[in-house]
Design a binder for this molecule. Structure first.
Ligand code: NAD
Ligand code: AKB
Length: 313
C-alpha cells in the first residue's frame, strides 16, 4: 500500500484528490499538506511550503512517505502577474520535491499542462512528442518541470510520472487563477445570474476535462506497470475540446434563458491563443489505459446538478 504526501492539497485538484486517494490507499496513508498552518480538514495534515526543503523532508520522514503527489503551483494567469513567484514556487518547489524523493526513495507524480506547449506547436491533435516553446512563465516552468522529472528518473531512478492536464472543471473548489477558469465560473453564473460575461473570444478552442476523469488519470498512472511506460513526463490526456460558444450552447439546453456576452481580456486571450486546441492522447491510451468517461454534455448536466445542491438553489 502506498503512503502518499499531497502538496498543494487545498487547491482545486488537491481538495478532491485527497478524498479519492484515501478511498484507494486508506485514510491513514494519505497526508494532505499546504502552506496554511491551521486547517480544519478531516484527516492527516502537515504544513508544507514547498519552497522550504526542510518542511518537505520532515513531513516525508514523519509519515514514512513513499509517494509524493506534488500539486503546489502557481497557475497561468496569476503567473503572468507574478512571474518571479511562479518561477520560485513551480521550479524551486519541484526541485525540492525531487531532491527529497531522491534521498528518501519516493515516487513522484506531478502534473504538467497544455501550457507546456506554445504557438509553434501543432494546434490540432497535438502529438505527444512535438515542439514545446511556451510563451508564459507558467508554461516555461511546466516544460522545464517535465524535463527535470525525466532527468531525475534517468539519472537517479526516481519513479517520476505525470500528465499534461487540460483545463479542469469541477464544483468542489474554485480554480486557482488559470486561463481556463472561465469554464468553471460560467456554470456558477448560469445558475446564480442566468448570464455570464466571457473573458475569451467565442471561437477560442482549448482542451478541457471534468474532475472525475482527471482524478482517475492520476490514480491509474500512479498504479500503471512501469515496464509499460515508454513516456513518463508527461502524457497528453484529453477528453473534450470546446470553445465558449460550445459550452454556452450546452448550458442553454438545460437553462434556456441563460445569456452570454463577451468582454475579452487580452492577457488571457493571448495565453489561450498560444495553447493547443486539442491533444492526441494515444500514448496514454496505449501505455496505461487512459479512458475518460465525460463529454461536454454529460459534464454540463452533472456540474449543474451538483452546483444546484452546493448553492442551495
Ligand atoms: P490550485 O491553484 O487550485 O492549487 C494549488 C495550491 O498550491 C494552492 O492551494 C496554493 O495555496 C498552493 N501553493 C502555492 N504555493 C505554495 C507553496 N509555496 N507551498 C505549498 N503550497 C503552495 O491549483 P490546481 O488547479 O489544484 O493545480 C494543481 C497542479 O495541477 C498544478 O501543478 C497545476 O499546474 C496543474 N494543473 C492544473 C490544471 C487545472 O485546470 N486545475 C490544469 C493543468 C495543470
Ligand atoms: C491554467 O489555465 O493555467 C490551468 C492549466 C490549463 O494549466 N487550468
Amino acid at each position: 500500500m502506498k503512503k502518499v504526501l499531497v502538496t498543494g492539497a487545498l487547491g482545486q485538484i488537491g481538495s478532491e484528490l485527497v478524498v479519492k486517494l484515501r478511498d484507494v490507499y486508506g485514510e491513514n496513508n494519505v497526508i494532505a499538506s499546504g502552506r496554511s498552518e491551521n486547517v480544519t480538514t478531516h484527516g492527516l495534515y502537515e504544513q508544507v511550503d514547498v519552497t522550504d526543503p526542510n518542511q518537505i523532508f520532515q513531513a516525508v520522514k514523519k509519515h514514512n512517505v513513499d509517494w509524493v503527489v506534488h500539486l503546489a503551483a502557481i497557475l497561468s494567469a496569476v503567473g503572468e502577474n507574478k512571474p518571479s513567484a511562479a518561477y520560485n514556487v513551480n521550479m524551486g518547489g519541484l526541485f525540492n520535491i525531487l531532491e527529497v524523493a531522491r534521498e528518501e526513495g519516493c515516487g513522484v507524480f506531478t502534473p504538467s499542462s497544455i501550457a507546456a506547449f506554445g504557438p509553434d506547436t501543432p494546434k490540432v491533435n497535438t502529438p505527444q512528442d512535438t515542439i514545446q516553446r511556451p510563451t508564459t512563465m507558467y508554461g516555461v516552468t511546466k516544460v522545464a518541470g517535465e524535463l527535470l522529472c525525466d532527468y531525475y528518473y534517468k539519472r537517479f531512478g526516481v519513479d517520476t510520472r505525470g500528465v499534461r492536464f487540460p483545463g479542469l472543471i469541477s464544483y468542489e473548489t474554485l480554480p486557482g487563477g488559470g486561463t481556463t477558469d472561465y469554464a468553471v465560473h460560467i456554470y456558477y453564473e448560469a445558475l446564480k445570474e442566468k448570464k455570464f460575461t466571457c473573458p475569451l473570444d467565442k471561437n477560442t478552442y482549448m482542451d478541457m476535462m471534468y474532475m472525475p476523469d482527471a482524478l482517475d488519470a492520476i490514480v491509474k498512472l500512479m498504479e500503471a506497470d512501469p515496464s509499460k511506460l515508454i513516456h513518463r513526463n508527461a502524457f497528453n490526456i484529453a477528453s473534450m475540446s470546446f470553445c465558449p460558444e460550445d459550452i454556452y450552447s450546452s448550458i442553454k439546453k438545460i437553462i434556456p434563458d441563460f445569456t452570454m456576452n463577451y468582454d475579452v481580456n487580452s492577457v488571457l486571450q493571448n495565453i489561450a491563443n498560444s495553447w493547443p486546441d486539442s491533444l492526441d492522447d494515444s500514448a496514454a491510451r496505449a501505455e496505461w489505459g487512459w479512458d475518460p468517461k465525460y463529454n461536454l454534455d454529460s459534464m454540463t448536466k452533472d456540474m449543474l446538478d451538483k452546483l444546484k445542491i452546493k448553492l442551495n438553489l
